[in-house]
Design a binder for this molecule. Sequence first.
Ligand SMILES: [Zn+2]
Length: 272
Amino acid sequence: MARYIDPHIHMVSRTTDDYKRMALAGCALVSEPAFWAGFDRSGVEGFRDYFRQLTDFEAKRAGQYGIAHYTWLCINAKEAENVELSREVIAMIPEFLDSPHVLGIGEIGLNKNTRNESTVFLEHLDLAAKTDELILVHTPHLADKYQGTRMILDMLKGDGRIKPERVCIDHVEEHTISLARDAGHWVGMTLYPITKCTPQRAADMVEKYGTERIMVNSAGDWGHSDPLAVPEFIFEMKKRGHSPADIDKVVFQNPLTFFRQCRRFAWQPASD
Ligand SMILES: [Zn+2]
């Protein structure tokens, strides 16, 4: 059984049975970005409670299955249309930045590539720069992805305080992976049953682009998604004859190397 990390999964919307199945499949650690709940929250207190859940309760729940749980905080791009609420949330985030389970600011990004989303994205970047936090970026879906990825990369480049290697651009696909990685960032491929990448396409991209600064995740959430998508990718890579070392680099060492840039991250794998 190969060990793995799922660097992007929304466990608050999954069951304890999923934790157990993930543990049985070799999952050692998950990182959970803050995201849209499926409905807009009514105010900043809704986010405060969500951040308490992410930094405290969820870590304990994962721990019961021997899985380490880390998290990222932000207001997501969908709710960023409400700039006033976004500013209240951004002002509240530092309350949680001492938590040993927080990896940084994320998943920030764009959804429909609007002006308000860009405003809130830039204000998150400012917070990350001032507090020296890692950044996890959500790129838009389907038709908006290429344009949105370009806008995001321009905004990141425009802030001279942000070091490219401290940013992961997530949900990359065939037409955006090089843009993001050539800019010096880490990239995440999201394995999603319908709208995103399949394990086969992800394996194709690793074959084409190599294993440097690249990782895979399930983005499992309350929608149609698969919390065991990373083991599916491992299975596909094994089937194609890739070495255990190459597979381990993509599904374990790479996310670990990225997370180790966070000054609070002290987790050590059992076998190291
Ligand atoms: Zn997500």
